[in-house]
Design a protein around this ligand. Structure first.
Ligand code: GMT
Length: 374
């Protein structure tokens, strides 16, 4: 099949999922065309089966806001015709589903029927999409997609609750490729970060408010009083500076490492013992799943789709959003002895295998086939 994938190219979860999906589909022989304003960060190599088409928005003095949707929909029209793309898969409703719908209409005028699958990822619904300034357009784009998927049952539920949707929403969870985690990598250099007797705690995110990164630091502050440990923070975003100040104020600068953005998160997760995800809202928690695939236990908030991934008392623990004391108590419980820790790590890995790409990819292929027959 020739599949056009529209996504954000940045470190955000939706872009990562879209990129990994495209790469896996190409491995299965499909021809994949990524369409975005920049080459996606996890798309290192292009091949005869993977193509990238950049969307340019020309500057013009009249424009106060650059009309990205316009440029994207025009690019989609051109690429569908040029490469005979058969199906469009757009990740993140804003503005991708909207631009995709416009492209569909323009192509229909030329006698080309291009089915569009929209995958909802989270903040396009729970945070940004429900803002009154966007809601009518988001509702319209979802209702006019040929097939709609959500990455968790919880995201499906909240979409139906918050929007007037008359389209069926199918749940196709996020995934990892478990074979990538079976071998221990030479790149896994724990000694660079911690001494043998220390535990390594990590957190990876885009440092937006919704991630509650200050809570990560406060939980760690309590942990390190009981257990020798280091905290590794991966990512960049608006909260980074205030988090650095908090680390300084708490007097734990020598125990906290800020690594910035990385396209190789496994090189940190491979030596982590515990992953903290205290988010205010989280439709799935891909970072937690990636941690689990690396045999890392998880302590998280119990919001959104996280409980579908992190199982309380098995792969880690869940606590109410903002309950820093409970998260610290659970973390110490997991880290206190090596046997307990090993149990949590092993069960985390086993649970991650439920989300192996081999189980998820056929679900998307099935949807593409169905979309083509509509
Ligand atoms: O805030 C982020 O984590 C980025 C955002 C995105 O769309 O890029 O992530 C959302 O999609 C991910 C992939 O499906 C999910 O794993 C994240 O839970 C979700 N983030 C939120 O709901 C806050």
């Amino acid at each position: 099949m020739k599949i056009g994938i529209v996504c954000y190219p940045t470190f955000g979860g939706s872009g990562v999922v879209a990129t990994e999906l495209g790469k896996a589909l190409a491995d299965r022989g499909h021809e994949i065309h990524f369409i975005s304003y920049k080459q996606p960060v996890r798309l290192e190599l292009l091949s005869s089966k993977i193509h990238f088409h950049e969307v340019h928005v020309p500057d013009y003095p009249l424009f106060h806001y650059q009309p990205y949707e316009l440029a994207l929909s025009s690019k989609l029209v051109d690429m569908v015709q040029l490469h005979q793309i058969e199906v469009l898969h757009v990740h993140y409703a804003i503005p991708h589903a909207y631009a995709g719908y416009m492209a569909k209409q323009m192509l229909a005028e030329k006698g080309i029927n291009i089915p569009m699958i929209t995958t909802l990822h989270g903040t396009d619904i729970t945070l940004v999409g429900r803002h009154p300034n966007y809601k009518p357009a988001v509702t319209f784009s979802i209702n006019h997609s040929d097939i709609v998927t959500a990455v968790s049952a919880d995201l499906k539920r909240s979409t139906l609750e918050q929007f007037e949707i008359h389209k069926e929403i199918e749940v196709v969870p996020n995934f990892i490729d478990i074979t990538n985690y079976e071998k221990t990598s030479k790149e896994c250099k724990r000694s660079m970060i911690a001494q043998d007797h220390e535990r390594v705690i990590s957190h990876i995110s885009n440092f937006r408010k919704v991630k509650h990164v200050p809570h990560v630091v406060k939980v760690f502050h309590q942990i390190q009083k009981e257990i020798p440990s280091k905290l590794v923070l991966v990512g960049e975003g608006p909260e980074r500076e205030s988090v650095e100040r908090l680390v300084d104020d708490l007097g734990i600068t020598d125990k906290v490492l800020f690594l910035g953005n990385s396209s190789q998160v496994d090189r940190v997760l491979c030596f982590s013992d515990l992953f903290l995800l205290p988010s205010k809202s989280e439709s799935f928690g891909l970072a937690a799943l990636e941690a689990m695939a690396n045999k890392v236990a998880v302590v998280s908030s119990n919001t959104g789709g996280i409980p579908e991934v992190n199982i309380h008392g098995e792969t880690g623990y869940l606590a109410d959003v903002g309950d820093i004391d409970a998260m610290a108590k659970y973390s110490i419980e997991i880290l206190k002895d090596i046997e307990t820790l090993r149990g949590f790590k092993n069960r985390a890995y086993e649970k991650a295998a439920d989300f192996d790409i081999l189980k998820i990819l056929p679900q998307y292929e099935e949807l593409y086939k169905r979309a083509l027959s509509l």
